[in-house]
Design a protein around this ligand. Structure first.
Ligand code: OSB
Ligand code: MG
Length: 374
């Protein structure tokens, strides 16, 4: 297999409801779509779902575009490969830039699955025909507005809700939501907003009383020791997200008992092959995983659905329906969650068509690059 043409699209879509985390607030999202065309004219799609600003990780849309144009596209174009793992090796010497790599990885996997006529899920070794979806709710101006949001999502059928927390917005919103929904599968995500201090430990000990499924990434990404100390002090499982960008990080997490649940993001791990390896290592260690999201447009969202069909994705994933985020998605049909469940497509590749017209209409810039014929 050989990719002879790549197109990049710098696309912005407005969000249906603005989203606030411990670090920033967003009303629209800017991702890069990757279209890969092989020598036979078959097409695969990927998505670089990096946030536009360097607050979740160090990448931005701008750095991803630059790395994609200067390093990843030239590494892929004209390279002959059999499996998507082979093509991921083509950019291995590029350090970091996992989100940018993930966009190319998804495009190559989609192309590979389409060329074999299989679904991306079955190409990855997925076993589920449907996956449980959860929603992630941002920080709201008031507890009442948060309760209204939770109510809307529970009414829409979602059985798992995750709340963003930050210092000053933690125990009180959790207490209120738990009081209103005693049986809800509830967890919190701090995106590393807490310092490793006694005051933070007191907050975590207070949260430990609310039967949360997990406390996700309370401390800074590189601080495995702080997470291990906290895990030793509370019953609620600590979940790592930003901390784990490669398999070495995962081994550190396991060796230190720095968390008992893993959030696997295809983007954060640099693509589907390493996400699958992380799944296998966690399974062998007895650590359950779930698939986190980055408010992906449909292409990345469909890849998240596919990876979530692997057997050790035993906790609900952040793969809510497209309509929670976007009035009109870039794929047809959109991802749909019914009663909190998303069906895993059985059709070839990611199982959705890309609405190229809509992509062009929302693209601020495009890059069209081809292999030099030999
Ligand atoms: O930590 O999971 C996170 C969005 C942007 C940055 C970080 C995170 C998130 C989400 C999105 O929670 C969840 C989703 O895509 O549904
Ligand atoms: Mg997170």
């Amino acid at each position: 297999m050989r990719i002879d043409r790549l197109r990049l699209f710098d696309v912005t879509l407005p969000l249906v409801h603005s989203f606030e985390t411990s670090s920033h607030r967003k009303t629209g999202l800017n991702h890069i779509l990757v279209e890969a065309t092989d020598a036979d004219g078959r097409v695969g799609w990927g998505e670089i779902a990096t946030p536009s600003d360097p607050y979740y990780g160090s990448e931005t849309t701008q750095t991803a575009w630059s790395i994609a144009e200067r390093y990843l596209a030239p590494a892929v174009l004209g390279t002959t490969w059999e499996t998507p793992e082979d093509v991921e090796a083509a950019w291995r010497r590029v350090r970091g830039h996992e989100f940018a790599k993930a966009g190319f990885s998804i495009a190559c996997w989609d192309l590979h699955a389409r060329s074999t006529g299989r679904s991306l899920s079955s190409d990855l070794g997925g076993t589920r025909t449907a996956v449980e979806a959860g929603v992630s709710l941002g920080i709201e101006p008031t507890v009442d507005e948060l309760l209204a949001q939770v109510g809307r999502q529970v009414d829409a059928g979602y059985g798992r809700v995750k709340l963003k927390i930050a210092p000053g917005w933690d125990v009180e919103p959790v207490r209120a939501v738990r009081a209103a929904y005693p049986d809800l599968d509830l967890h919190v995500d701090a995106n590393g907003a807490y310092q490793d201090t006694e005051a933070s430990t007191a907050v975590m000990l207070a949260l430990d009383a609310y039967r949360l499924t997990m406390i996700e990434q309370p401390f800074a990404p590189r601080d495995f020791v702080a997470h291990a100390r906290l895990q030793a002090a509370i019953d609620t499982p600590v979940c790592l997200d930003e901390s784990v960008v490669d398999l070495g990080d995962l081994r550190t997490m396991l060796a230190l008992d720095a968390g008992r649940v893993l959030n696997i993001k295809v983007s954060r791990m640099g693509g589907l092959a390493s996400a699958r390896r992380a799944h296998d290592i966690a399974r062998d260690a007895g650590v359950p995983v779930w698939c986190g999201g980055m408010h992906e447009f449909g292409v990345g969202r469909a890849a998240n659905v596919a990876i979530s069909s692997l057997p050790n994705f035993t906790l609900p994933s952040d793969v809510s329906g497209s309509d929670k985020y976007y009035a009109r998605d870039v794929i047809v049909p959109p991802v749909v969650a019914t009663a909190g469940i998303v069906q895993v497509p059985a059709t070839a590749g990611i199982g959705h068509d890309v609405d190229v017209e809509w992509v062009f209409q929302n693209a601020a810039r495009t890059l069209d690059t081809s292999a030099v014929a030999d």
